[in-house]
Design a binder for this molecule. Sequence first.
Ligand SMILES: Cc1cc2nc3c(=O)[nH]c(=O)nc-3n(C[C@H](O)[C@H](O)[C@H](O)COP(=O)(O)OP(=O)(O)OC[C@H]3O[C@@H](n4cnc5c(N)ncnc54)[C@H](O)[C@@H]3O)c2cc1C
Length: 449
Amino acid sequence: MNTTQVLVVGGGPTGLWLACELRRCGVDAIVLDRRSAGVGESRAGGLHARSLEILRSRGVDGPFLAEGRRVPAAHFAGLWLDMSRLSTEFPYVLGLVQSRIEALLAEHLRELGPDVRWNTEVTGVSQTADHAEVTTADGERLRADYVVAGDGGRSTVRRLLGIAFEGTDATVSSMLADVVLADPPAGPIFQQRTPLGDFSVLQLQPGCHRLMTNHYEPATDRGAPLDLGEFREAFVAMAGTDFGLHSPQWTSRYHDAARLAARYRDGRVLLAGDAAHIHWPAGGQGLNTGLQDATDLGWKLALTLRGHSTTLLDTYEAERRPVAERVLANTRAQTALCRPGPHVDALRATTADLLTIPAVNDRLAAMVAGLDQGERAPDVPLTDGRGALVGAGDVPDGWADRVDALPGERALLVRPDGYVAWSGGPGRTDALATWFGQPAPSRSALSRA
Ligand SMILES: Cc1cc2nc3c(=O)[nH]c(=O)nc-3n(C[C@H](O)[C@H](O)[C@H](O)COP(=O)(O)OP(=O)(O)OC[C@H]3O[C@@H](n4cnc5c(N)ncnc54)[C@H](O)[C@@H]3O)c2cc1C
């Protein structure tokens, strides 16, 4: 039987990045995906600041920045957010379609080890006290210390484990088409509210626009394929024009059902990304939240596998589930702020007015960008999978195998994901034990034994 340390089910953005993080920490990881290589949908339109900070901290941001378009604005329910004042090296949204993000992540994964095993569908999962196992549609069994479900919103693994996926049902039916426009509207984004719902036109890249419609009623035909004719008809009914659309690259229906996994962990199986949370794509937060789940989980799995801690893995759900809960809440708020009608028109006008206050704009901008989830230390250079004790002298005996001592003016303990775990004063030893596990026995203790 094929055995490894971590089996990652799903080679979407979450699974790909998790496998990169694990391999950088020296963990063997195999990624399985039922898709064929290179078959991806354009879906997400970009990367937010926190994701870019993470990529930079791993030294892999270059190819993403080289391909993406820097847009110093995001939106909340279609109301503009100025991102330019964000306290980060990346005060913008990097426009880059999901298929390209995935291609760049897959390329990076290949630099670190074997490629994704494509055309491999997981159909079964089981576990014992000391290992977990998956079965594929071809009947192959693979064993690992841990399995991570990065298999998307309809996660097979989540379903097989019987983990509830509760939340709110769809109230909006949305459609999109990525097309070429013969006669595009001016500017990078064009939005309008109508009595039927709203529509928008977003330039994804030169020569490619994304057209979207939102109807504020649940769809009855959610699973049905969407052809360009049906999309055009719905779009023209709202916009009065189709802007000369042709050559569709991708068409899709989507909705605003917002659901969260009741648990992120069942023994040796963990959920990450859309397998753990789904919501309306308003504000472009889904892929980014998945990348950040993976960043939180990777180093924790690595330290656990090295036997340093038996409790660290529990902090994954404790930290990441509340983040997803907030994302679901803000996307529900955005749905409410988008509905048609004079009452919502008034609410939007009030919200738009409040957003002219810089502190209000900046708070929402930081939330959408993922910059409000703890104190970050982006300038501290981290070595893969290791923490850093900055400006606080030597690393105490027993943690030097996991934590580096670095010079600096401010005393800090920085986790491998760049978050600050301690910032001077009492509690340093507790923070080391919480985030890096038990100290290794000192050499003198070992030689005495
Ligand atoms: C229209 C639209 C626009 C969006 N825009 C944005 C945006 O601007 N910004 C943003 O951050 N997010 C956006 N999102 C959300 C984003 O697409 C998702 O959050 C993201 O794809 C989640 O990544 P993931 O890796 O967790 O899951 P997925 O991307 O769904 O990947 C899951 C992978 O698992 C594989 N898989 C599934 N089942 C199995 C199985 N049984 N065995 C093996 N493999 C399996 C699938 O083939 C797939 O490759 C958008 C979504 C939509 C629909």
